[in-house]
Structures are given as C-alpha cells and as structure tokens.
Design a protein around this ligand. Structure first.
Ligand SMILES: Nc1ncnc2c1ncn2[C@@H]1O[C@H](COP(=O)(O)OP(=O)(O)OP(=O)(O)O)[C@@H](O)[C@H]1O
Length: 731
C-alpha cells in the first residue's frame, strides 16, 4: 500500500533522514487529496461494499471486511494529517537551522544494520557488561540458561499430559484420570516457579548490564573532561548528539533488549530441538524436516522484504533525544523565557519536537503492521496448514500396531509438540526483527562509546561526517600542550601558537607570550575574537593548531591540598553544584567540615555573609543555586571559591563583570596579597590598573594580536605606553 512509501530518508530534502516520514508516495497523495476534496469516507465505502458483498457469508468474514475498512480509514486519515505535519516541519526547520536540534537531520550518517560492524560492536559491549566468566553476570546467564532448559522440559511434559488426558477419556480409566490430574498440578507449580524465575532473572540481567555499562560510560565520560569533548565538539561534528538521552535512556533500552533477546533465542532453540527429537520417535523425522525447510524458505523471504527497522530505531531514539533536550532547555532557561514571554514559541518548538517523535513512531507502527501481515500469515497460518498433513499422514498411512486410544493419545501429544515447535521456529525467525531493533540501540550506544573512548575512535565507521570544517578542526591539532616541570623557569608560555575555531576560522595566529609569577595579563578584544578560546587551549579543551603551550599543572582534586592547584578558572557565570553552600565553595573538592572557618572567611571577603544568616549556616542547601542567587552573587561565589583554593595562577573570564566597579579593586588587590597571578578577560578598560600586560586579540579573521606593557599602578588608568610585541612584528 502506498501509504508506506517514502521510507528512504537520507536522500534529498537536505539529507534529512527523519524527514523521510513525511514524504508520501505521489499516487497515494493524489488519491488522498481526491478523497478529501470529495468528502468521501473511504472506510464507509469499504464497509458498505464489504458488508453487502459478504451479506450471505459467515460472520467472521464480515468482521474481517469491517476491520479492513477500519484500517483503510486509519491509513487515509494519516495521509491527511501528514500535510499539516509537513507544514509544522517546515516551520521547525527554520527554528532548528541554528543547529540546536537533531544532528541526525544535519548529517548523513551510516545507517545501522545487522552486519559486521554490528557484530563487532555487540561483542565489545558484551565484554563490558559481562566482565569475566566468574562475574555475577555470567553466573546469572548460566542460571537463566538452566531455567530455560527446565521450561522447555516442562512444555514437553505438558504436551505429553494432554495426550494422556485424551487417552484416559478414550479408555475410561479413572486411575489414569487421577494421574493426569496430579501431573497437571505438579507441572503447573513447576511452570509457575520457572516462569517467574525467568522473568526475575531477565530483569536482573538487564539491570546488572545497565549498571556495568553505565559505570563504564561514566568512567570514560568524566575522564580527561570527555563530557566537554563529547558534548561540544563531537556533537558539533555529528559523532554524538544528546549524550544525556543516550546514557540515561538508550543504554537502558539496549540492556533490556539484549537480555530479552538472550532468553527469546535460547528458549525457542531448545524447544525446536527437544520437540523434534520427541516427534521423531513417533512420526519419524521426515515430516518435521519438511516443515523446517518451509520455515527457512519463509524466513528468507520475510527477511528480504523486511524494512530496515534498525535504522528507524536509531532515528527514533535521536528524535526522542531532541524532544527531551527541548524540555531540559526550557527548565534550564525558565527565567529568561518567562521574562521574554516566550511561552508560545517554546510550545511550538516542543510540539514540533514531539510531532517528529510521534510521526516517526506512527510510521514505524505502519511498517510493523505491513510486516506483521506477512509474518503472521507465513509463519503461523501457512505453517499450521503445512503442519497438518505432516502430522496426520503418518497416522493415516501407518502406525497400525497402535490401538485407537493410543493413536488418539499420540496424535494429541504430537499435535501439541508440533504446535510448540512451529511457534518456536516462528519465534526464532522473529528474533531477526529483535536483532534489527537491537542493532539500532547498539548503534546509539556505540556512537557514544566511540566518541569518548580513544581506543574506539579509530574504529568509528567512516563516512559519518559531512561537515568538512569540523573534521578539519579535529585533525588540525598539530600543536602541543606541555605541563610545566618543577625546574622550568617559565611559568606559562605560548610559543608560536595558532588557534582555530571548531568551524575552521582563524582566531589567533602565532602567539608568542611568556608569563612569570606576579605578571598579571589582561586580555581584550571584540566579541568572538577568541579571548575565551585562548583559555580553552590553555585548559586543554581545544588543541592548538600549531605551536607549543607550556602551562602550570591544572587543578587535580585527587592530589593533596598543598600540591593541588596551580591554576584555577573562574568564569563569568560560575557553575553552581547541587548541594550546600559549603559545597559551592569547595567545588570540585569533596565536602568536608574541616575547613569551615576558611570557607566562612572567604564568604566574608566577597561580601556574602548574608547567606550565613540562615539557621542552617554552611549547610544551607538548594537543588539549584543558580535559581536563588543573583548574577553578581554568583560571581562572588566564584571569587570565594578562588580565594579558598588559592592557586598560583587564576584565569578570570569576565569574572567580575556583574560586580560594582568600586569593589573590583579590593578583589584584585587581595589576589595579589594571596600571591595569585591573574590572566583575565575584561571589557572594562579600568581594569588595566591591576594588570602588567595587555594582550589584544583583534578578531580581524587574520589572527592578529598585540601585546602591550601597561604603565605602573598610579598611571594605569591612562592609555597604554608602548606596543611591545604584535603578531605582525613576530612574523
Ligand atoms: N564550540 C564551538 N563551536 C564552534 N565555534 C565556537 C565554539 N566555541 C566558540 N566558537 C567560536 O569561536 C569564536 C571565538 O569564541 P570566544 O568564546 O573565544 O570569543 P570571545 O572573544 O571570548 O568572545 P566574547 O567577548 O563575546 O566572550 C567565536 O566566533 C565563536 O563563535
């Protein structure tokens, strides 16, 4: 049926795989439009024609016709709804063109499939979720396997009891009747225990897998600030979108599917083997083999016509990630949105993201419907039709030595066995569908691992990136970042350092700068010139394109306090962690009560003693401190944190921009008293008086910069004295 058309995705229309859902086959579209224009109720037409045509037929056939009419009605309604969705999609495209949502819509990614890459990825993940053969997880898998065997044996037993029941009726034996009754009772208890045990084990395996996998991801995600690289750089380059969705939801889905697949593969496999061997004893093996040959043939055909569900699952998960991110953004920026009265716009954006998810889900449901028709007919009803002669012929043509009661009993037992075997083979063939779904989840999880695990980055499937500039950035890092040794004279040094933005723009070219303790440097320049980018390079978040950066040791919370901090970063909007007031000052160190006096002193120094007036004191806690502190107060918390950590070197990125100008002086003076050398970005030129050098980044697209020595404190309010170095001089 043409309503299923347009499933390709990826090609045309901006390479938007997710858009594929909104493309409808032209013939279907014309039909739908004609139907709508003439107000024809297609469902009614089919129902009327069907019921009058089938008036004399049996009630089941009539019901079938009515159901078909309903289905056609649903499909046509869906085509209608697509027009309005398409409009909404166009609207949202404008909104997301800034790159805020679906990276899947911007980038052409290799579609996940059940292939070699899938196998390699699943093996890799298996080693993470089952760390060793003596692990708890391995033990659980073994116990689960044992339960599966028991369940198959119970099924065989129940098939035999069904035959015995028929035999006891045929022979009118009361003794057999009681035996069958007690057999049913015992088998029922065993089946109930086994089934519940299996369910429990399956859930436990999924949960343990999730714990192992999530821990592994957390280890890597937080290692070497990978969360930044993954979220900012890889997301931009299309390697990774919505890391939160992948870690919180996709990992869980993957583990559930993985565990489910394990039990759903072994159980039918065992059933087939056991049922076939039992049947062979009575009716020989030719019949079952013929039936299985049919299943293999049917499975091949079904596989060939099956839509690429793995790809669709991956797209659906990406869309769900975008939807979730829309809500997270609204929570994070609730106040700004409320001030701007942006509710209507936000609603449109959220509804659009939701529409994408639901429209795509509908498409998948329709594809499942189509596939289900073939699966059901081929694997269930057609198989039963073939199964009947397979079962009946041996009884019709031979087995004369059996009494009628024995023949009936054996027929019944074998009938139950063959039905179970057919169901099992059908389930095995349907496993392919689940494997396809698992492949979609595996792709989501593996992309996350490949983005954060260096060992896997080389294994990332090629052909993922369309954005040449981004990949150029990734490969452009020919420069080096070196940690200063104890014996080095130079405190911090940039040697012919060139910095490019991730989208390939030249920000700073061949910067030469050496800074010694006590020499404060002010960085100025227009917006977007690359001032913060210089710090990103210094912190190791970005790699320099060329040159060498020598820097002091960055904060390492693992080290003892006196060795820990040589360099500390204070941004314009300090990050506030969930927890107590004490936690804000100690961050990123773990909370301790030992230094409370020091913490109070730091708060006092930045004028935040008012926060201590609450009875809880330093234990005062808020879920989100960002919601309860003003902009200036947040900056004061950042400065108090700096005073507490007392590094040798501080990077202040407009760290005092929201604080009164007359209070900035004492802050800077206190930093000098503490022996903290400052490297600051500021737009307020009055701050020159607290610095020894001014580095101006021109932001002219050629990477030009100037370094100026500033006059002594008394005269520093005036303009700079002389240009000492510049990029033009240095080249
Ligand atoms: N993650 C990123 N991906 C792509 N481009 C980025 C990224 N981060 C920064 N840029 C770009 O790099 C350029 C320099 O940014 P940077 O933050 O260093 O500017 P800045 O000089 O600190 O500006 P401002 O004074 O406005 O804070 C900008 O044009 C910005 O758009």
């Amino acid at each position: 049926m043409s309503v299923f058309a347009g499933v390709g995705g990826g090609g045309g229309g901006g390479g938007d795989a997710a858009m594929g859902v909104l493309r409808v086959h032209p013939v279907a579209w014309m039909l739908a439009r004609a139907v709508r224009q003439h107000h024809v109720d297609v469902g009614q037409v089919v129902r009327t024609v069907g019921s009058s045509y089938l008036r004399s037929s049996k009630w089941m056939t009539t019901l079938f016709a009515l159901g078909l009419g309903g289905l056609v009605q649903v499909s046509v309604t869906q085509i209608m709804q697509r027009e309005s969705r398409r409009k909404a999609e166009y609207e949202s495209r404008a909104a997301v063109s800034a790159g805020s949502t679906t990276s899947s819509s911007k980038l052409k990614k290799r579609a996940p499939a059940v292939d070699g890459i899938f196998l390699r990825r699943i093996l890799y993940i298996f080693k993470i979720v089952v760390p060793s053969w003596h692990s708890k997880e391995f033990f659980m898998l073994i116990v689960q396997f044992w339960f599966l065997v028991v369940r198959s044996l119970i099924s065989l037993r129940i098939a035999k009891i069904s035959g015995d029941a028929l035999s006891c009726i045929a022979t009118r034996s009361w003794q057999k009747f009681y035996e069958v009754l007690s057999d049913f009772f015992v088998s029922g208890v065993a089946a109930a225990i086994t089934n519940s045990g299996l369910k429990y084990l399956s859930n436990m395996v999924a949960t343990c897998f999730r714990r192992n996998l999530t821990r592994h991801v957390h280890d890597l995600y937080t290692l070497d600030r990978n969360y930044y690289k993954a979220a900012v750089l890889h997301a931009m380059q299309g390697h990774l979108d919505n890391a939160d969705q992948r870690i919180v939801a996709d990992l869980d889905d993957f583990c559930k599917m993985f565990s489910d697949l394990y039990s759903n593969t072994f159980k039918p496999l065992l059933d087939v083997i056991l049922c076939t061997s039992q049947m062979a004893r009575t009716i020989g093996s030719r019949g079952p083999v013929t039936l299985y040959f049919y299943f293999v043939l049917c499975g091949g055909v079904l596989r060939a016509i099956s839509p690429p569900f793995s790809k669709y699952i991956a797209i659906l998960k990406a869309l769900e990630g975008d939807f979730r991110r829309g809500h997270s953004r609204l929570i994070t920026h609730a106040e700004e949105v409320a001030f701007l009265n942006g509710s209507a716009r936000e609603k449109t954006l959220l509804n659009t993201a939701m529409e994408r998810v639901t429209a795509f889900s509908e498409k998948i449901h329709l594809l499942h419907l189509r596939q289900g028709l073939f699966d059901q007919y081929g694997l269930k009803y057609m198989a039963s039709m073939i199964g009947f002669p397979v079962m009946a012929l041996p009884f019709l043509m031979g087995l004369e030595d059996l009494t009628p009661a024995e023949a009936v009993s054996k027929y019944k037992t074998n009938d139950a066995l063959i039905q179970q075997a057919c169901r099992a083979v059908g389930d095995l063939i349907m496993v392919y569908k689940k494997v396809q779904t698992l492949s979609g989840y595996t792709a989501r999880v593996s992309e996350l691992l490949e983005a954060i695990e260096p060992e896997l980055q080389s294994r990332r499937p090629t052909g993922l990136i369309e954005n040449g500039a981004s990949s150029a950035f990734e490969n452009a890092g020919k420069g080096a970042l070196v940690e200063r040794g104890e014996e080095d004279d130079v405190f911090m040094q940039f040697e012919k350092v060139t910095i490019m933005s991730p989208d390939g723009r030249l920000l700073i070219r061949e910067l030469n700068l050496s800074i010694s303790p006590g020499q404060n440097v002010l960085i100025t320049g227009p917006n977007g010139a690359g001032k913060t980018s210089l710090f990103r390079v210094l912190a190791g978040l970005w790699q320099p394109s060329e040159g060498i950066v020598r820097r002091p040791r960055f904060l390492n919370p693992e080290l003892p306090m006196q060795e820990r901090s040589e360099i500390f970063y204070v941004p314009q909007k300090p990050y506030l962690v969930t927890g107590t007031l004490r936690d804000q000052i100690l961050y990123p160190l773990a909370p301790t009560l030992d230094t409370d006096d020091q913490v109070r002193e730091c708060l006092d120094r930045v004028g935040l003693t008012k926060l201590l007036t609450q009875p809880e004191g330093l234990d005062l806690a808020h879920l989100d401190w960002a919601d309860v502190l003003s902009g200036g107060e947040k900056q004061r918390v950042g400065l108090a944190r700096l005073y507490y950590h007392r590094p040798h070197f501080a990077i202040l990125d407009e760290a005092t921009s929201a604080i009164n100008a007359d209070e900035e002086g004492p802050f800077y003076e206190h930093l000098r008293t503490l022996g903290i050398t400052v490297f600051s970005i500021a737009h307020r030129l009055e701050l020159r008086r607290y610095h020894d050098f001014e580095l101006t980044i021109c932001g002219d697209g050629k990477g030009t910069w100037n370094l100026t020595e500033l006059p002594l404190v008394d005269s520093r309010a005036d303009s700079p004295s002389a240009v000492e170095q510049s990029s033009s001089l240095s080249t």
